[in-house]
Write a protein that binds this ligand. Structure first.
Ligand SMILES: [Zn+2]
Ligand SMILES: [Zn+2]
Ligand SMILES: [Zn+2]
Length: 347
């Protein structure tokens, strides 16, 4: 072996060496190291190398083709070549040469090595190196690494903006800076939107639970309130949705006794009225419903006023969807619980 030639680790090449003819390609690195290799193996693993090998090159000497791989430490090139032969790469090599191997696997189109390097590099991210890694990820078109960098920058922006990498980026790459700031803004907006949706969803779930409680209070009765034709059971145990049911029972008792009533401007009575109306909108019983005013509201709705209100329609749809969703959840989890009667006043 000539001086400066690197030996391909026997472990990686052993099973192949017997089957392969003598090397016909010489890979030359920037340090001047020379790595003998086989054009057939390189071309099979990398379409870029295959293309290079297809074209004649004036640096070729006799039957031996020369491939120059500059700008990368020769050890990293050796690891890369070893991967082309064995499809394997030791963790310690990925850890040590991850940056170079990512660049090589991108440049020579070796996707499985590229994926491994991108994943390994995400484990090495720190406040100090994240900006450089982001630039590398973008240069090498590595979206997984790029996203992880962005997320880390968003999460720890205070720390990252103090680093040299960030300051350098501000001076030399204002477009990337802008893109990062936009990403941060979108993340914050997305978080706000998700929070809002979750809050709304939990309100619909509470309403759907209240609808279940209303039916069960009006048909079989619960701890303190029940239909007049059912004998109250002494020491009746609270139902499974008692935090909601109890609030509803208090509201029903108030509704039965209040002197001000809905038209007198009582807010609690108004809320009870709306719950009864909501029940009627989702109730599919025709004549045998025990919930007070259900039939009257249905008749009124047929005449048109509330039914035509798009906001009311949407509310009914959402509560029905939440009802279906909670039925699904309950069939999976026996104690899926949505509590908080108090929040129901929001709608
Ligand atoms: Zn109950
Ligand atoms: Zn009242
Ligand atoms: Zn009904």
């Amino acid at each position: 072996m000539a001086e400066g030639e690197l030996c391909i680790e026997p472990a990686a090449q052993k099973p192949l060496i017997g089957e392969l003819p003598p090397p016909d390609v010489m890979i030359v690195t920037s340090g001047g190291s020379r790595i003998p290799a086989h054009g057939s193996v390189l071309g099979k693993m990398s379409p870029v190398l295959d293309g290079i090998l297809d074209k004649p090159c004036k640096q070729d000497t006799g039957s031996e083709r020369l491939i120059l791989i500059p700008g990368v430490p020769c050890e990293a090139v050796a690891v890369f070549v070893r991967f082309l032969y064995s499809n394997r790469c030791a963790e310690k090599d990925i850890e040590k040469y991850g940056v170079h191997l990512l660049a090589l696997s991108h440049a020579y189109m070796v996707p499985n090595l590229k994926q491994r390097c991108a994943r390994a590099l995400t484990n090495q991210l720190t406040f100090d190196n994240v900006v450089d890694k982001l630039k590398l990820a973008r240069l090498c078109d590595a979206p997984y690494l790029s996203l992880k960098c962005m997320k880390l920058i968003v999460k720890h922006f205070k720390e990252v903006e103090k680093t040299e990498g960030w300051m350098f980026l501000q001076c030399h790459d204002p477009w990337l800076e802008l893109e990062i700031l936009q990403f941060m803004d979108e993340t914050a907006t997305r978080k706000r939107r998700v929070r809002k949706l979750r809050k709304a969803q939990s309100m619909y779930l509470q309403l759907s639970e209240a609808m279940d409680c209303l039916e069960h209070i009006c048909t079989e009765g619960c701890t303190t309130v029940g239909p007049h034709h059912v004998e109250p059971k002494r020491n009746k145990a609270p139902c499974s949705k008692f935090s909601t049911c109890q609030g509803l029972q208090l509201l029903i008792r108030h509704f039965a006794q209040c002197k001000k009533r809905v038209n007198g401007g009582c807010l609690r009575c108004k809320r009870m009225w709306q719950l009864l109306q909501l029940h009627s909108s989702i109730c599919d019983r025709i004549d045998d419903c025990q919930v007070p005013l259900c039939r009257q509201f249905k008749q009124k709705a047929q005449q048109g006023k509330q039914q035509g209100d798009p906001k009311w329609k949407l509310l009914v749809e959402k509560v029905l969807a939440a009802k279906a969703m909670s039925a699904l959840l309950l069939s999976k989890k026996p104690s899926a619980k949505v509590s908080g009667w108090r929040d129901m006043r929001q709608w």
